[in-house]
Design a binder for this molecule. Structure first.
Ligand code: DAH
Length: 338
């Protein structure tokens, strides 16, 4: 019996070394210490022993049981640890993976030019105001001294809506809206969308303009020149030259079309400027007394100047795009370049 107990001890200790799972450990425990286990069987033989042998073997049996019970306990703890380690490894997150950069949007090239234009004029003391894109004939034409038979009213240029409404063909009507609600001095710029029935390499049906208006006592044409030259040099560079060509606009008198020296050839003449050395960027003039009368300003008391420029045109000079329609095709390969 002593040998049997010792054999059990060695066997179990050996077997424990091979154990990999809690299930195997439990089977092993049942194999030896269960109701029909090998250790239990040996203990059943105790009754047959002599009075002398019984306490000696009883003591040995207790020692074997307790040492094996310790061994089982240790094995269980080790398995627990191992299992936890494996679980941690399996569930861990690989934080070394580089993160995904959020894609950042940026201003559309036309907006970039518009914002820069606003900055330059704000710095000269102009206030930025806006107005409605759906206008009445009154604001878009009549109040701007544009009589009903004027070519600008031709159906081919204007998107007419119902009830005398239309999509404004320029930002000039905002001049009227502001003057109706404000006494001089007025010093504003009006960035915004305008619409005309037009579609080719240099025209889109929707485009942007920046209108300017300054009204006060004793405002002169030379102040208009000063403001525009200052704008052009900040926008296109200090070397920029400017020229005023006589022109006609219903709402200004005298009126001018204003050119800058070609930004590509610096005025020498190239394909971009049609070999003239000049590029037209805006229309301007001294506010026509008729316009003042339409808003109840006294033309004997105040004078002023106004100007209007096409933003896509200026963006085009900055970015040199062969076809301005590409601004509005929303092709990201194109837009990402700016
Ligand atoms: N409204 C004109 C256009 O769209 C541009 C313009 C010319 C505006 C002269 C003005 C101006 O304020 O004085 O063609």
């Amino acid at each position: 019996m002593k040998e049997e107990l010792e054999a059990i001890q060695t066997e179990v200790l050996q077997a424990l070394k091979q154990i990999n799972t809690q299930d195997q450990l439990e089977s092993l425990r049942i194999e030896y210490f269960g109701r029909k286990g090998k250790f239990t069987d040996v203990m059943k033989g105790m009754g047959k022993l002599s009075k002398e042998e019984r306490p000696i073997l009883g003591k040995l049996a207790n020692e074997v049981r307790s040492s094996l019970s310790d061994a089982f306990e240790t094995a269980k703890t080790e398995l627990d640890c191992k299992q936890q380690e494996q679980q941690l490894k399996a569930e861990s997150i690989d934080i070394t993976l580089p993160g995904r950069k959020p894609t950042l949007g940026k201003a559309h090239p036309v907006m970039q030019v518009l914002q820069r234009t606003e900055e330059i004029f704000m710095q000269m003391g102009f206030q930025v105001v806006t107005g409605p894109e759906v206008e009445t004939e009154h604001y878009n034409f009549d109040a701007l001294n544009t009589p009903p038979n004027h070519p600008a009213r031709d159906l081919h240029d204007t998107f007419y809506l119902t009830d005398g409404h239309l999509l404004r063909t320029h930002t000039s009507p905002v001049q009227i809206r502001v003057m109706e609600n404000q006494q001089p001095p007025v010093r504003i710029i009006v960035p915004g969308k305008a619409y005309r029935v037009d579609y080719d390499v240099s025209h889109t049906p929707m485009f942007h303009q920046v209108e300017g208006l300054l009204v006060d006592r004793h405002v002169t044409f030379s102040e208009l020149k000063g403001v525009l030259v200052s704008f052009a040099r900040q926008m296109f560079g200090a070397q920029t030259q400017m020229r005023f060509r006589p022109h006609f606009f219903p709402f200004t008198e005298p009126s001018a079309e204003v050119d800058i020296s070609c930004t590509v050839c610096q005025g020498k003449g190239c394909r971009s400027c049609g070999h003239t050395g000049w590029i037209e960027i805006l229309g301007a003039g001294a506010v026509d007394p008729e316009v003042f009368r339409a808003v109840n300003y006294d033309p004997e008391q105040v004078t002023g100047f106004a100007f209007g420029m096409g933003v896509e045109r200026i963006a085009n000079l900055q970015f040199r795009i062969p076809d301005i329609r590409t601004f509005y095709e929303n092709d990201l390969r194109f837009l990402h370049q700016f």
